[in-house]
Design a protein around this ligand. Sequence first.
Ligand code: FA5
Length: 338
Amino acid sequence: MIPELKKILEEVALLQPPPDLESLNEIRLKYLGKKGSVTSLSRGMRGLPPEMKPEAGKLLGEARQRLENFIGASEKRIKQETVQREIESEFFDVTLPATQPSFGSRHPISIVMDEIVEIFISLGFQIEEGPEIENDHYNFESLNFPPEHPARDMQDTFQISGLPLLLRTHTSPVQIRSMEKYRPPLSVIAPGKVFRCDADVTHSPMFHQIEGFTVDEKVTFGELKGTLDLFIHRLYGPKTKTRFRPSYFPFTEPSAEMDVSCATCGGAGCRICKQTGWLEILGCGMIHPNVLRAVNVDPDKWNGFAFGLGIERIAMRRYGIGDIRLLFENDTRFLRQF
Ligand code: FA5
């Protein structure tokens, strides 16, 4: 054992500095690992005759000490060399332009929605909100849609399976909810999301409406037209043309739809206005007496007008957007333009 230890000491004295941590680890394992030569020899100490133990112990201690010194010094040197190499290889060009942080922008629907709300607030309307999940009573029945009436098919409804609930198809239920809360005279606008089973270039399954209504004594259809014309001229400028077409809604009588001249083609006809030169943006009318009765408001004393605007259509006309789906794809290249 003593000659073996002496041989190890000679080997250690001749060890070459290892180039990296991997080679250093190989040296560590060769001598000090579980199966390393120094480790095996120290296990063999127990079987040595007592007179040999002092010398063998001294040699063993020396071998271990030298190896630990060699390993410690090599490790320090290799780490320093690695850092030095990294410093020399990394190059920072301080003259390069910095990368621009990208900022988000407001969504065109939010921009238009806020603008419209502001116009109606300046006309004395108060804001109300209603739930997006409704029941048949608020979405249809109290708005004078009798059960099984074909008018229910006008708005293809998303029913919630297994529950007597639905996703509201319009913001008109907020008329009922507001009149249950406040007594007339009352002027309300109610912005929010609505849902219909409907999809093409001008129809989306989720879209935004703003409901507006006034209930007072002796309200006229002329006031409804005047309010909406004033609103459109503030929104699109005084030269914008509007037209009212007779229509049908169960909750208004008489009813109308209002179109505005198409801004994309200037009225000549294009894909957005389906070649008509006009874009339908809202439905409106005088509140049906049955709707007032449903909330215990006396229709012989009170009457009113109501309207429901489609926000996407208004934004499409404002920004010349040809396909409603662009508004919901969240492509930042598109959204950054607003
Ligand atoms: C209604 O929803 C009525 N509640 C409006 C109303 C309120 C009438 C008060 C009378 C009194 P209509 O289904 O026509 O009406 O929808 C109103 C507007 O929403 C339309 O003029 C259109 O601009 C928009 N709209 C309708 N369906 C969609 C859709 N799928 N995607 C985007 N916009 C739509």
